[in-house]
Ligand binder design. Structure first.
Ligand code: ADP
Ligand code: TZP
Ligand code: MG
Length: 266
């Protein structure tokens, strides 16, 4: 894959506003900084509309919901839509509770998303498919993830990225698979949430017609960074992997994307 967007992130240092969960806020901010973006974390309804005046990309992540936060998500999302700022949705653990499902329904009804990024269990739930989900983990199922990504992308007119051992990225018309990654990813919390924030940084420096390409590059860059981080480690050095991923997000370059990217178009 030829990199189109990574250098733009490092040149432009786009501000990325995150309404995210309490587990991952610090890790997501550090990952965005390492990549070359500028994180701002705030979920206060009193200020999220103002932030859109200077924002470049918005992340709405439902990992640890509270009712005032949902109000802030909808206000931030609608304001970002008015300002033509791309919005990324991470439907963390949506299948786990009725409140999460109701919140996702409201968000999808009120806010136009540029990208929905989640794991297989989360996207299967949004698509109304049977899946054995467990909390925030991907769970198990037999559904066709390519068909699910295409269907959700068409329904919400957005890019869908389903992460896992193979990532599936679709805008409904174009679909690609990213085979990079490492089994260490699901052993650290926040690796999916940071990927959603990284997707926001990539679409922030793209035109709307490039959102599919930008999301595909985001998933590829991120999965390669994980591979490179895991390479020198023993299989259970999860703490080292947590830190090494940040280092690799800072160090990764266009040549490595061309050399290591394993992407297929469906
Ligand atoms: N079994 C796996 N093997 C290789 N890479 C994986 C595996 N599971 C997830 N990944 C990678 O981990 C990153 C985070 O995705 P994922 O773990 O699916 O998110 P979440 O934390 O939201 O469940 C993605 O880059 C994905 O490609
Ligand atoms: C453990 C946990 N609980 C609520 S949100 C969260 C973090 C989930 O992060 P990720 O989906 O990136 O693993
Ligand atoms: Mg997740």
């Amino acid at each position: 894959m030829q990199s189109q967007f990574l250098a733009k992130i490092r040149q432009q240092n786009p501000l990325i506003h995150n309404l995210t969960n309490i587990v991952v806020a610090n890790y997501s901010a550090n990952g965005l900084l390492a990549l070359g973006a500028s994180p701002l974390m705030s979920d206060n309804v009193a200020e999220v509309a103002d932030i859109q005046q200077f924002n470049r990309g918005l992340v709405i992540n439902i990992g640890t919901l509270f009712s005032k936060g949902v109000e802030a998500m909808i206000l931030a999302g609608k304001t970002a839509n008015q300002q033509h700022i791309p919005v990324v949705l991470d439907p963390v653990g949506v299948a786990a509770t009725a409140y999460r499902r109701e919140t996702i329904d409201s968000l999808l009804a009120e806010v136009k998303f540029a990208v929905i990024r989640g794991n297989a269990g989360e996207l299967a739930c949004i698509a109304g498919e049977q899946w054995q989900s467990k909390g925030v983990d991907a769970g198990q199922g037999n559904g066709d993830l390519i068909a699910i990504a295409q269907r959700v992308a068409q329904q919400y007119q957005c890019v869908v990225a389903i992460s896992g051992a193979t990532d599936v990225i679709s805008n409904g018309a174009n679909t690609a698979l990213v085979h990079n990654g490492t089994p260490m990813f699901p052993k650290i919390t926040g690796s999916g949430c940071l990927l959603s924030a990284v997707c926001a940084a990539f679409v922030a420096v793209a035109n709307p017609s490039q959102y599919f390409a930008a999301t595909l590059e985001a998933c590829t860059v991120y999965a390669i960074a994980g591979e490179l981080a895991a390479q020198p480690l023993q299989p259970t050095q999860y703490g080292q992997f947590n830190m090494a991923l940040l280092d690799q997000l800072g160090a990764i370059n266009a040549e490595q994307i061309t050399q290591y990217g394993r992407v297929d178009y469906v």
